[in-house]
Write a protein that binds this ligand. Structure first.
Ligand code: AOS
Ligand code: ZN
Ligand code: ZN
Ligand code: ZN
Length: 426
């Protein structure tokens, strides 16, 4: 299934006039404030977010899964779905694969397909949280941290295999997320588990190509509920520093205990040049993997405000690997991802509106009220016409959800693929 660009244009034509009115009003009022609209639009167009291959089907919980039908069951179909998202939003120009769920059969065919849809291969993800078919050793009690050497070796080798697969596709990063930890006090020796993890990561790091990054993700709990070996950003940073300069911390928004100050974490990691990757989602309680911006949009804006500051002021920090890591139990996965992409762009655009020079001055004057006013003024600005303009200029949809529905894409997918309910992962 590929979307014909003319059909997007046709749908746009009905809304062009009202878009133009909204855009002119926004552009006018922002220009009066000294904002350079064209620069913001260009930045929005350049900001591309990877879609993880496992987010294209309906997710679920341990209690059940309700399919939206027409879900992709092969790597080709997953890439086609990302193609649909990218055609509509013009901001999903990458896919993040998960091995072994997405092992390509024909590398050239996969690369050609992605290329034809303007999609790049972002970070590849390894999986040592499940036992694989025909695997000799089990990860029930941990992988890179396991007390048994043969199990650690199997997990190390898997990560090396993932690097090799990613390399053939043009990926430039390996993301390691470990489920390793313990469920009950006394089950593990914390120091041994940490030391083993560090040694295993170093063994993997030694096989990371020179132009690659190793991204180390942290998470406080789940699936282990007493301790997790890489529980927080400090642990991840320690491990990254121990590995070397190609190793970085990856922040997943859902991987923090309630009320953590994520914007501060992001800020300091950039100062240290060690923020390498980002997983977007939103949450109310834990690692809920909800639609980006659906629960705490102001927090997302504050995080973006720090990201923008870092991108402008921290040349020591590399470009980040952006990815949505969300899961959808009751929504059409593609509609949910469109909403997430929109929320990301919205928070980014608002952060770009923050007058950094004025903010600095207000900070130096200790004018606390003014500092807050500057941030909230940016946050309260309606930036949607700028987002629409950024999409429109690249051939995308003025209103992606509306276009997705008017082109009846889900039903076309169901017609093409049937009532496929293949689970695509977590
Ligand atoms: C798990 O909680 C992490 O967020 C991972 O980044 C990811 O969701 C997992 O690797 C999916 O395969
Ligand atoms: Zn994640
Ligand atoms: Zn997660
Ligand atoms: Zn999550």
């Amino acid at each position: 299934m590929k979307i014909n660009h003319h059909r997007i244009q046709d749908t746009n034509s009905k809304d062009l006039k009202s878009h133009q009115d909204h855009f002119d009003f926004s552009a006018n009022s922002l220009s009066k404030k000294g904002v350079d609209i064209n620069t913001i639009i260009k930045k929005l167009q350049d900001f591309q977010v990877a879609i993880p291959s496992w987010a294209l089907g309906a997710g679920g919980t341990r209690f059940g899964r309700f399919s939206f039908y027409g879900e992709p069951s092969s790597l080709e179909q997953k890439i086609e779905d990302v193609g649909v998202l990218h055609a509509l939003t013009q901001t999903a120009g990458a896919v993040s694969l998960h091995i072994p769920w997405d092992i390509p059969q024909d590398y050239n065919a996969i690369k050609d397909l992605a290329n034809s849809l303007d999609i790049k291969f972002d970070a590849v993800n390894s999986n040592t949280f499940q036992d694989q078919k025909k695997a000799k050793e089990s990860y029930k009690y941990g992988s890179l941290s396991n007390a048994t050497e043969a199990i650690r070796q199997q997990a190390i080798q898997h990560n090396i295999d993932v690097i090799n697969i990613g390399n053939k596709l043009g990926s430039k990063a390996l993301t390691v997320w470990l489920a390793d930890g313990s469920c009950f006090p006394g089950q593990n020796n914390f120091q041994t588990a940490f030391q083993n993890t560090q040694d295993s990561l170093k063994a993997i790091y030694n096989r990371v190509p020179s132009d690659w990054k190793l991204l180390i993700e942290y998470k406080p709990y789940e699936p282990n509920f007493y301790s997790t070996v890489i529980q927080d950003w400090g642990t991840s940073l320690m491990l990254a520093n121990e590995c070397g300069e190609k190793a970085y911390t990856l922040v997943d928004l859902g991987h923090h205990l309630p009320n953590s100050n994520i914007e501060q974490i992001v800020s300091i990691l950039q100062l240290k040049g060690k923020l390498g990757g980002f997983h977007f989602n939103d949450s109310k309680y834990g690692d809920d993997d909800l639609t980006v911006g659906s629960i705490k949009p102001y927090a997302l804006f504050l995080i973006f405000n720090e990201l923008v500051y870092g991108m402008e002021n921290n040349p020591q920090n590399p470009d980040l690997a952006w990815m949505i890591d969300a899961s959808h139990n009751v929504k059409d996965p593609l509609e949910d991802l469109i909403q997430s992409l929109e929320a990301i762009q919205e928070a980014y655009a608002k952060a770009l509106l923050v007058d950094q020079a004025q903010l600095k001055e207000a900070q130096l004057d200790n004018d606390v009220v003014k500092c807050q006013e500057i941030l909230q003024d940016a946050f309260r600005t309606d930036v949607r016409p700028l987002l629409a303009k950024a999409r429109l200029d690249r051939g995308g949809a003025l209103n992606p959800i509306k276009t997705y529905r008017s082109l009846d894409i889900r039903n076309s997918l169901i017609k093409e693929r049937g009532k496929n309910t293949v689970a695509t992962g977590l």
